[in-house]
Write a protein that binds this ligand. Structure first.
Ligand code: NAP
Length: 485
């Protein structure tokens, strides 16, 4: 079992209360993965003060010097890739291949922002008068709080931390209690790479206490949150009185539309990977497939055959395609949605059960599940499930498919499978989503491109990832210089 303390002002420290909590391997609940310090309000306060004290010096270093530290952290993470991927699988459950890909993503994010440091700057703008210079400067905001979910426990902390630190902010990071280890490993790598004390502080512990503390602390200049709508909405209200700059990226109910001209084998492959991959625990997972009626039966039959070939088990076992749900509550929620769908008149075509044979009895495993005869008003068609459960909705034509896809108050990722170029471009124009894919899986993002949702999936102001991620973490100062006098 690993043991982690809080990372506070460059030191590894117990919580003020000396309380602890632990995580268990969702593939085998008998295994305790790690024990953590349960940080409370006093610890959050100490972290914010450390970040506030460290800010002037860190902000005064050059952006290139800050970039060098990020590049060095990337190298350190890469040298530990296998160890970190295994830890991720043990704590969160995804397969080792998925964890390895996620750790590599963190390595690449730090490499990307390290290199980007050579390009970060402002703009020169033509002035109306001769002998005048008009330019902008990017400046850091101050203390920034980052709150992250359990489902990408290293990639999401990395894609917030790298631009926040590169911009010259100091950070207090709060990882999800289900899987905090990788965020603390990021802190370790950054410390070894030369990050000064106080520039990054990591507080593990209960989310509500953290949220309440940062809401009232005047040092907090910005908050970037990824997680559920319920928590994000509450946090937004709490930060509004002080008008703290806030970025929220939340849930989705991502559609993949399959048109009658689509290559059905391709469509099935994309949908299965986007729906069952990562155990369906991805904010961009496909959880509703909207299929033209004429091919719905053929598509569903092929999807069911595919689902039955996916192997469920511990993510550490070679050949396993789907790991466990992260927690009892998550698993129970997935199973409940199967019953809710059936009670509302949908048909369970395959899966739907917890798996308890042999060693699976010790973990939180569920069969990949396909439900059809789903109508757009059913809860299974409207609510985020966050498990390996795919709902199939048959529609008359492309127009109805688009209307069903856009009929919800969320819009994160959306995919379309077709050979029809005109429809594909019409889809790109009309779909209400932050990420649109054609003939690609709804999950999976390029780290160099902007990412974020629309509607209730996001505050829809600043985007994350890519070079544009720096916009949230910086403000612009406009400078007028008259050298004609
Ligand atoms: P969550 O329950 O909302 O938790 C997210 C984070 O918020 C955790 O660190 C949690 O800490 C913390 N938290 C809880 N209550 C808080 C409060 N009152 N104030 C401040 N922080 C608080 O979400 P989750 O279950 O970890 O993640 C799953 C959700 O994230 C899904 O809805 C998924 O779609 C969404 N997601 C979105 C994206 C995206 O980019 N759009 C990416 C990944 C996931 P504790 O763990 O200690 O409670």
């Amino acid at each position: 079992m690993k043991q982690y303390s809080l990372f506070l002002n460059g030191q590894w420290a117990p919580s003020t209360s000396a309380g602890t909590f632990s995580t268990r391997n969702p593939a085998d609940l008998r295994e305790v993965v790690a024990e953590y310090a349960a940080g409370g309000a006093e610890d959050v306060h100490a972290a914010l003060e450390a970040a506030r004290t460290a800010f002037p010096k860190w902000a005064a270093t050059t952006v290139v010097a800050r970039g060098r530290i990020l590049s060095k952290a990337s190298q350190l993470l890469e040298s530990r890739k296998a160890e970190l991927a295994e830890l991720l699988t043990r704590e969160e459950g995804k397969t080792l291949a998925e964890s390895t890909g996620e750790v590599q993503r963190a390595v690449d994010i730090f490499r990307f922002f390290g290199g980007l440091s050579y390009t970060v700057g402002g703009q020169t703008i033509p002035h109306d008068l001769p002998g005048n210079l008009l330019l902008t400067k990017r400046e850091a905001l101050g203390v920034v709080c980052l709150i992250t979910p359990w489902n990408f426990p290293i990639a999401i902390p990395a894609w917030k931390l790298a631009p926040a630190l590169l911009a010259g902010n100091t950070v207090v990071l709060k990882p999800a209690s289900q899987a905090p280890a990788l965020a603390l490993e990021l802190a370790r790598a950054l410390q070894e790479a030369g990050l000064p004390a106080g520039a990054l502080n990591v507080i593990t512990g209960e989310g509500r206490a953290f949220g309440n503390s940062i809401a009232v602390h005047p040092a907090v200049k910005a908050v970037s949150f990824t997680g559920s709508y319920a928590v994000g909405h509450g946090l937004y209200q709490a930060l509004a009185p002080r008008m703290v700059r806030t970025q929220l990226e939340m849930g989705g109910k991502n559609p993949t539309i399959v048109l009658e001209d689509a290559d059905l084998d391709l469509a099935v492959n994309l949908v299965a990977r986007a729906g069952f991959g990562l155990t369906g625990q991805a904010c961009t997972a496909t959880s509703r497939v909207i299929v033209e009626q004429s091919v719905a039966a053929a598509f569903t039959e092929k999807l069911v055959s595919k689902a039955r070939t996916w192997k469920v088990g511990s993510g550490l076992t070679t050949g396993v395609d789907i790991g466990p749900a992260v927690s009892e509550a998550q698993l129970q929620g997935n199973l409940d949605y199967v019953s809710i769908a059936q009670n509302e008149g949908a048909r369970l075509v395959t899966g739907g059960r917890r798996l308890t044979d042999g060693d699976l009895a010790h973990g939180l495993f569920m069969e990949p599940t396909v439900i059809d005869q789903v109508t757009p008003s059913m809860r299974i068609a409207r609510e985020e499930v966050f498990g390996p459960v795919i709902a199939v909705i048959a529609v008359a034509d492309f127009t109805e498919a688009l209307s069903v896809a856009n009929g919800l108050d969320v819009g994160l990722s959306a995919s379309l499978v077709t050979r029809d170029f005109k429809r594909a471009l019409e889809y790109v124009d009309k779909i209400e989503a932050g990420v649109v894919k054609v003939n690609q899986i709804s999950t999976g993002l390029a780290l160099q491109a902007p990412f974020g949702g629309v509607k209730q999936s996001s505050t829809d102001t600043f985007r994350e990832q890519g070079a544009g991620a720096l916009d949230f973490y910086t403000r612009t100062k406009t400078v007028y210089l008259d050298y004609s006098v």
